[in-house]
Ligand binder design. Structure first.
Ligand SMILES: [Zn+2]
Length: 507
């Protein structure tokens, strides 16, 4: 039987540490369900000790998501383990992911500990964690810059303490493939009891090598990869689940292992994550970028028409990127609507579907053909996000020479407030009006508008980055009216600011 690689998805933990990203619990649950459907074996749902909001989100995912292991991150600190236990108690299968930094630079400057003290701490924590989780993964933070013999020593301690997965993170993204592969081989050859454990890797993309390093590790005996959808994560991000899987699948002749994920869901899950996080996928991104299967040059097109294999190593269908057809219109019934939502991977309660169906009918009045992407946008716009600020009224007027006026009325934590502003165009005026209402130093850093599907009546999706007190916040909004989408995106970002600040007060 062929060996398989286990996929440990950390979109909701490391991915959520992408600058500017903050997901709310209902959004995290939708992503977790999509990941489970896609077939990942482990979902790292968050870091329960980080804040009460994180703990609540991990607990909700543990309660609602089935068919996969739910994992919580924890420092090597007793109170962190207790929080993880509380968060994971309703999981079908639970995993503690406990870590300690092991490189001399981290030990000295961050933990202010000796190597021996770190080993003692790990022993104590594992003894405490034993029996509280279905399985334990131990991570040596900054493993790639850790003295290799000390790394082997601490891994032996972890195995004795009951850890069955040993993770080797390239925390700073410094490794090259051959070097990293050799490290994995060394660990496999030198750690006593390693045959009872699975070697895992967690690679960062600072040098653009996260995927290559992960693959080199697999070639040398690693059997779990930690990765994220679209390669999200701290700084340059993590290894990308879709890229590693397709490399293992297309080049099984080289790697000789199974990557048992449902690859046909990659495009859908990529879009879901991109929309909910507000992080746009570059068009040239492998596998899930919008140009990944586009052939521009005449010579290529000619070859493709004669035989697709001339320039295409895999089909768009294999990753779910085939052209979407018109799915629904004004006369589609509730049943057809519900069927399509299910096919798109959304499992929702009956009253939620009723609300969405109403929104769908309203959209169908304004837009003739409703595509899959429109439906996804509709669902995502109607997830039950907590709202600190919501738009009650918005009105704008503009003339041909670029002068515009806008007024807004908002419900805010300080009551219902309204204001008006003038600007160079309706979007500018509307955003200025919102800024006048919100008593915070807001700076619009980035603004994008794109049509979700084709046609004059397409939904416009606005994404914004707003800076407030030195931090970035993403927001997105959709509507058939681009001024409304822009204001929705801006208010969406403002909501993230309020919610992040509220969580920080609780910490
Ligand atoms: Zn990381």
């Amino acid at each position: 039987m062929t060996e398989q690689v286990y996929f440990f998805d950390t979109t909701l933990r490391d991915g959520e540490q992408t600058p500017g990203v903050s997901l709310q619990t209902p959004e995290k649950i939708q992503i977790a369900k999509a990941l489970a459907q896609m077939g990942v074996q482990v979902i790292e749902a968050g870091f329960p000790a980080a804040s009460p909001g994180d703990l609540e989100a991990v607990a909700a995912i543990a309660r609602e998501v089935r068919g996969t292991t739910i994992c919580g991150l924890s420092r090597s600190v007793i109170s962190d383990i207790e929080k993880a236990e509380e968060a994971l108690k309703e999981a079908e299968r639970s995993r503690l992911h406990i870590f300690i930094a092991t490189s001399d630079i981290h030990l000295k400057y961050k933990l202010k500990m000796t190597r021996e003290e770190a080993i003692e701490q790990v022993k104590e924590c594992l003894a405490f964690a034993k029996g509280k989780f279905d399985e334990i993964e131990f991570s040596a933070e900054d493993a790639s810059r850790t003295d290799l013999d000390y790394l082997c020593q601490i891994f032996e301690v972890a195995i004795e303490g009951g850890a069955s997965i040993l993770n080797v993170p390239d925390t700073v993204g410094y490794m090259t493939p051959e070097e990293f592969g050799n490290k994995i081989k060394y660990i496999k050859d030198h750690v006593k009891g390693i045959d009872k454990a699975i070697i895992s890797v967690h690679c960062h993309d600072d040098l653009g090598l996260a995927n290559a390093n992960s693959l080199a590790a697999i070639k040398n005996g690693a059997r779990q990869v930690e990765c994220t959808v679209n390669g999200l994560g701290e700084r340059a991000g993590n290894a990308a689940v879709e890229e590693i899987t397709m490399a293992l699948t297309m080049r099984k002749d080289i790697y000789g292992v199974d990557a048992p994920l449902d690859t046909k869901q990659f495009t859908r899950v990529s879009k879901l994550v991109s929309k909910l996080t507000g992080v746009v996928v570059p068009p040239n991104k492998a596998i899930v970028g919008s140009n990944a299967f586009a052939h521009e040059s005449g010579i290529h097109q000619h070859g493709m028409l004669n035989n697709p294999e001339t320039y295409e190593i895999m089909t768009p269908e294999s990753v779910g990127a085939e052209k979407t057809n018109i799915v629904l219109g004004k006369h589609s019934g509730r049943h057809a609507f519900e069927d399509h939502l299910e096919r798109l991977g959304f499992t929702l309660e009956a009253d939620k579907i009723n609300t969405l169906f109403k929104a769908f009918k309203q959209l169908a009045d304004r837009k003739k053909h409703i595509y899959d992407d429109d439906l996804m946008a509709l669902v995502m716009d109607n997830l039950d996000r907590k709202q600190a600020v919501s738009l009650i009224h918005h009105h704008y007027k503009s003339d041909e020479i670029g002068f515009a006026y806008a007024d807004v009325r908002l419900e805010t934590p300080d009551g219902i407030l309204e204001d008006a502003a003038v600007g160079d165009g309706p979007v500018d005026a509307s955003i200025k009006a919102v800024q006048r209402v919100i008593d915070k130093p807001l700076h619009l850093q980035e603004y994008r508008m794109r049509a979700i599907t084709e046609g004059k009546d397409a939904l416009g999706e606005a994404t914004v980055k707003v800076e407030c007190n030195g931090r970035l916040y993403h927001g997105r909004g959709i509507s058939t009216d681009i001024v409304t989408s822009s204001v929705n995106a801006y208010i969406n970002a403002v909501n993230s600011i309020y919610l992040t600040e509220a969580l920080e007060l609780k910490k």
